[in-house]
Design a protein around this ligand. Structure first.
Ligand code: HEM
Length: 484
């Protein structure tokens, strides 16, 4: 990657966010020592962002400042600071500047590029897609995808769970959100174009989203083709009046408050927005679940016992079944606590704010960090230990503060896909637990966090060894291979 244009673009961006009241005397949060001229703490951040934020917390507690190119950023961790952060209103903080890098992918006038009122209406359409009645259909889709995908695995082998997670979640999400015809006929072409879109959202894009780098050029070409592909389906469905149980249908049926229908470009943009929001985040969580199940045989044993008690020899699975898998829920929640896919969340303050006796001037970048915030011992006992039972009866450590477990964010912009993501992960893992056994394929120390992507997952290749369980013989002498 060429660094000079990145540094210049970064400096321009941060400089454009100068506080609006330069004459007022502010009591700013303490500044983290270290860093270098111009880039501030950016190099340390590039190497290990979590160690940097933890260093600040260890020195100063809930609030401190650090320098990213050109300007200070305030970092807020700890449940009181997190509560303050997530309860801020849209009139007090802005996300649009921070998520500017998504505009070439989602499209102009979509989500973070729309006027605040339109963005609110667009996010409202997502609610309709993720409502209870739709979830029932989605669960059936998750189960069908799992049966199809894992049915092709051999009796034993070694797989890269990061690849498996990303592939599977793109199948499940495209089926539920883009629609059956898309999943059946256009998967391969879609996957290739989607890959180019994804590769075009990188560190450079954070600072210079329109810089004509090779990956950005490929991203823009893929976006045009995807627009044509999705737009074609939208127009065909409108012409034929087809009805389906997917998010595309929700958008086809939706209207803005002024009665206007969504254009094919808007539908395409919103479909890509929701796909991106839920794809890698779920994909890396799937992979961490594999690593932790393979690493902790006693947890695997409890999970298998739960599968037996919820499903027994049944091969069908309902929304209610998936919802009653508590131990699986805690295990995934624990993966998200220790290995949140979004390690830093950002906002820009629009007005002067304060916390803990310090001022946060308008125009300051403000950061919360699920990675550091979810490993604070006053909320999560022995926080570096993987322990799903901390969420169980009698302990319920996640209930100590509504802003303690923040892998899905918090407040008004809390993730809208929480239930979708949880059901998807539980449905996939239910199938795997009933049909396979797992162990790590590499030394435990090689499963570390990879910070090189915007969404942090296990460092590739994340290899896990699987072995298919023998088919069960039931009381009636029938051989049952559960769910496949
Ligand atoms: C394990 C999986 C997931 C994780 C860890 C995750 C995490 C997050 C986080 C941290 C935010 C808040 C961002 C911020 O405050 O700046 C967020 C927002 C959002 N997520 Fe997720 N997400 C996941 C899956 C999904 C899925 C599957 C969907 C949709 C199907 C989805 C849709 C959204 C949307 C629409 C928002 C924006 C909400 C708003 O701004 O009001 N997410 N997610």
């Amino acid at each position: 990657m060429e660094l000079t244009p990145v540094i210049k673009a970064a400096t321009d961006l941060w400089s454009s966010l100068r506080p609006t009241s330069p004459t007022r005397k502010y009591k700013l949060p303490p500044m983290l020592p270290g860093g270098v001229p111009v880039l501030g703490h950016a190099l340390e951040m590039g190497k290990d962002p979590i160690a940097l934020i933890q260093r600040g917390r260890d020195m100063f507690g809930d609030i401190f400042s650090m320098r990213l190119p050109g300007r200070p950023t305030v970092v807020m961790t700890g449940h009181r600071a997190q509560e303050k952060y997530f309860r801020l209103r849209d009139t007090e903080v802005d996300q649009r500047e921070v998520y500017r890098f998504t505009v070439p992918v989602f499209g102009e006038g979509i989500a973070y590029d729309a006027e605040p009122e339109i963005m609110r209406e667009q996010l409202g359409f997502f609610h309709a897609a993720l409502r209870e009645s739709r979830l029932r259909t989605y669960v059936a889709g998750f189960v069908a995808e799992a049966e199809d995908y894992f049915g092709k695995w051999g009796d034993e082998g070694v797989v890269n769970m990061l690849e498996v997670g990303n592939e599977l979640t793109i199948y499940t999400s495209s089926r539920s959100l883009l629609g059956e015809e898309f999943r059946t006929h256009l998967s391969a072409e879609f996957a290739a174009l989607y890959h180019d879109l994804e590769a075009g959202m990188n560190t450079l894009s954070l600072f210079a989203p329109r810089f004509p780098s090779p990956s950005h050029i490929r991203r823009d070409r893929a976006r045009v083709k995807l627009g044509e592909m999705l737009g074609g389906i939208v127009e065909e469905r409108r012409r034929k009046g087809t009805q389906s149980e997917d998010f595309m249908q929700t958008l086809l049926d939706a209207t803005y408050k002024d009665g206007r229908e969504l254009s094919p470009e808007e539908i395409t943009g919103l479909l890509l927005t929701i796909m991106f929001a839920g794809h890698h985040t779920s994909g890396v969580t799937f992979a961490w679940t594999a690593v932790n199940i393979a690493r902790h045989p006693h947890i695997a044993a409890s999970l298998i016992a739960e599968q037996e008690s919820v499903l027994g020899d049944r091969t069908d699975m309902t929304l209610e079944d998936v919802r009653s898998m508590n131990y699986l829920e805690w295990t995934i929640k624990e993966c998200l606590r220790m290995y949140p896919p979004l390690i830093m969340l950002m906002r820009k303050s629009l007005v002067d704010l304060d916390f803990g006796g310090y001022d946060i001037p308008a125009g300051t970048m403000m950061m919360a960090s699920p990675s550091v915030g979810q490993r604070i011992p006053s909320i999560f006992a022995d926080p570096h230990r993987f322990d799903p039972e901390r969420y169980g009866p009698g302990r319920e450590e996640d209930k100590r503060s509504p802003y303690g477990h923040i892998a899905f964010g918090g407040g008004r912009h809390r993730c809208m896909g929480i239930v979708f993501a949880q059901l998807q992960l539980r449905a996939l893992w239910s199938h795997l637990l009933r049909n396979f056994e797992f162990e790590l394929a590499d030394p435990p120390s090689s499963y570390v966090i990879d910070y090189s992507n915007i969404i942090a997952g296990p460092h590739p290749p994340c290899r896990v060894r699987y072995r298919r369980k023998p088919a069960k013989v039931t009381g009636r002498g029938t051989r049952v291979r559960s769910a496949s």
